[in-house]
Design a protein around this ligand. Structure first.
Ligand code: SF4
Length: 168
């Protein structure tokens, strides 16, 4: 059997909705459309740890704003994680694998890529972990694409993934 040598880094809750804040799960287990799509495309999935559940050790936590999460301690926690993720990405690339990118989760105060949610307000912005991943990539002077899963339009996300597989 030949390896596809293609991997995608994904936010933890895309494969395991059990870590989402209380009442924010959209699927009982994993996001089936994404899982099926990646499986069909022979893409290896690297699951990023959930920064929020690791930091708070709380599976029943309420969804809070980015301001609530963005404390020096939480940012330091995400920075540490970002360094590990970047190291893993570098290892894959150095070993001749294609890292298609990172799939985050829109509206999350930690993993959003373009839009965050504060109460009922949605505004442009990134989550703390994504900011720290981008900082680390800037320091190291390299880049992989980062896209965000939009639960209101899963099919737009699948199209973006298709593009990454084709051209990434
Ligand atoms: S912190 Fe990230 S991985 Fe954890 S539940 Fe929120 S969006 Fe998902």
């Amino acid at each position: 059997m030949e390896r596809s040598r293609k991997v995608l880094f994904v936010s933890h809750c895309i494969l395991n909705q059990n870590v989402k804040p209380k009442g924010k799960e959209v699927y009982p287990g994993s996001v089936k459309e994404i899982l099926n799509f990646l499986s069909e495309a022979d893409v290896g999935i690297v699951q990023i740890p959930c920064p929020s559940v690791e930091f708070f050790s709380d599976f029943e936590r309420e969804r809070k704003s980015k301001e609530y999460y963005d404390t020096p301690k939480y940012r330091a926690h995400c920075k540490k994680l970002a360094k590990i993720i970047i190291k893993q990405i570098e290892n894959y690339i150095r070993s001749g694998y294609r890292v298609l990118g990172i799939l985050g989760v829109e509206l999350s105060p930690t993993c959003a890529v373009y839009q965050i949610e504060n109460g009922n307000r949605i505004s442009p912005g990134k989550g703390v972990l994504i900011e720290e991943i981008e900082n680390e990539m800037r320091k190291k002077n390299f880049q992989v694409p980062i896209i965000g899963l939009n639960y209101n339009n899963i099919y737009a996300t699948l199209e973006k993934l298709q593009t990454l597989i084709k051209y990434g």
